[in-house]
Unconditional design. Structure first.
Length: 218
């Protein structure tokens, strides 16, 4: 495998995100195998470790916002857990979408949650971690300014709730990319407190928590 760092730096952001997403899916699959099943992958482990090494180099060399994904995302997970809650049976969320676990509307393979689905607590935790990583990668691909751990965590929680597409089109993201320390960014968080045309207390509290985390000094 060619590990020329110059070649890595020449890849576009979209190409990098696709490589990272595919690699995370491979690593997630291996993590879910039993010990005996895992041992059948012995011949592949060197390649998997190489993938980890390459990803680490990419995070360091290509974009400062692609560093320490797991560490930074930990800042947003408590907000997601608190305001999504845990439900092991599929339910309809306030936005009218089938949801399960810690607010997941789809599974690791991209398939949508269906009414009647059931999962365990362990599966809910693994699903949350997997999907949060995907959201965080998407957020980092949209952010053009240099953000700290709290800011990335806040934006990832926001995107997890309203969607990456909504974040991409938002004035919130525009202001973050122009000046991440703009105090009016708090107001932009607070504009997203409605579901089905009605303001919800839970969304007000969540946006306040995300804004507080965003502006919390590291």
């Amino acid at each position: 495998m060619n590990e020329n760092p110059v070649e890595f730096r020449e890849w576009t952001d979209n190409e990098l995100l696709q490589i990272i997403d595919s690699s995370l899916q491979v690593l997630s699959t291996l993590a879910e195998l039993t010990d005996s099943e895992y041992r059948t992958y012995d011949d592949e482990l060197e390649d998997i470790n190489t993938v980890k090494k390459i990803l680490s180099e990419l995070f360091t060399q290509h974009n400062p916002n692609l560093k320490n994904i797991s560490k930074i995302m930990n800042k947003g997970i408590p907000i997601i857990r608190k305001y999504e809650g845990l439900k092991l049976n599929a339910y309809i969320c306030p936005a009218g979408v089938p949801t399960i676990g810690w607010g997941s509307t789809f599974y690791e393979n991209g398939s949508k949650v269906q009414m009647g689905d059931k999962i365990t607590i362990d599966r809910a935790d693994r699903l949350l971690f997997d999907i949060v990583q995907k959201f965080e990668i998407s957020v980092r691909g949209l952010v053009k300014s240099s953000l700290n751990e709290n800011q990335i965590g806040a934006l990832t929680s926001f995107a997890f709730n309203v969607g990456v597409g909504a974040l991409n089109k938002s004035t919130l993201l525009k202001k973050v990319n122009i000046n991440p320390n703009d105090p009016t960014i708090r107001n932009e968080f607070m504009r997203w407190t409605k579901a089905g045309g009605k303001q919800l207390k839970g969304l007000v509290a969540r946006r306040e928590a995300e804004a507080d985390l965003y502006f919390l000094a590291v």
